[in-house]
Write a protein that binds this ligand. Structure first.
Ligand SMILES: NC(=O)c1ccc[n+]([C@@H]2O[C@H](COP(=O)([O-])OP(=O)(O)OC[C@H]3O[C@@H](n4cnc5c(N)ncnc54)[C@H](OP(=O)(O)O)[C@@H]3O)[C@@H](O)[C@H]2O)c1
Length: 184
């Protein structure tokens, strides 16, 4: 802690080790420490009201901008939920497929677990949901076109896979749909 010393003509104190010299100290107090007094302002009642109204309008505008931002964030999160759900299903289903074979094994097995319990093309279903969510979130023609073409390509792949599983495995689960759970 610095030792305070009484060093100016107005009875103000400053740290001794910072401004030990009386002249410098004087300058310091004049230039830095001395806070000029607030100029006296006199407003009429009308001006007071106008100022209050303007401050209130600024506060309302700021609060409304905050509300808009919150609404935008909420909307974006809601729109992205479908995309994120599809992505999770897609990644999880691909993970199941890639781990069906033991190291060194070849050939194909019946995928089990996750959405594979409901459809043969669970990974394709996830991707269809993902890009449909993306199209809804972006709400644009290119996004919609991408979702439609992805759907058509993956639908045909899922149909081929499903047919192949049925032909290859006698014990293939009969209740399993092609690509859309409980539907198709
Ligand atoms: N957006 C698009 O238009 C589009 C188009 C195509 C694919 N994709 C995406 O790309 C990802 C992969 O597609 P993909 O067509 O390569 O999938 P996939 O044919 O199902 O194959 C994925 C991996 O799992 C293996 N696998 C698949 N079924 C198996 C089974 N029954 N037993 C053992 N191993 C099995 C495959 O081995 P093998 O290689 O030996 O078959 C391959 O390594 C998917 O998520 C899909 O949605 C997107």
């Amino acid at each position: 802690m610095s030792e305070a010393v009484d060093c100016d003509r107005w009875g103000r104190t400053v740290p001794k080790d910072v401004y030990p010299h009386p002249v410098l100290c004087d300058v310091f107090v004049r230039v830095v420490v001395t806070v000029p007094e607030e100029p006296q302002m006199h407003f009429s009642a009308k001006e007071d009201l106008a100022l209050a109204a303007s401050a209130s309008a600024r506060a309302t505008a700021a609060s409304s901008a905050n509300d808009d931002l919150l609404e935008l964030a909420r909307d974006l999160v809601l729109r992205m939920v479908l995309f994120i759900c599809g992505m999770v299903v897609n990644i999880h289903s691909d993970y199941i497929l890639r781990n069906l074979r033991e190291p060194g094994e070849t050939g194909y097995k019946i995928p089990r677990g996750g959405l594979f319990e409901y459809v043969s093309g669970a990974n394709f279903f996830g991707e269809i949901v993902e890009w449909s969510g993306f199209a809804i979130a972006g709400w644009s023609i290119p996004g919609a076109a991408f979702a439609v073409f992805t759907f058509l390509v993956l639908l045909s792949r899922a149909q081929q896979h499903h047919q192949w599983y049925i032909e290859k495995f006698e014990d293939y689960p009969k209740s399993r749909k092609i690509v859309i759970p409980f539907t198709y």
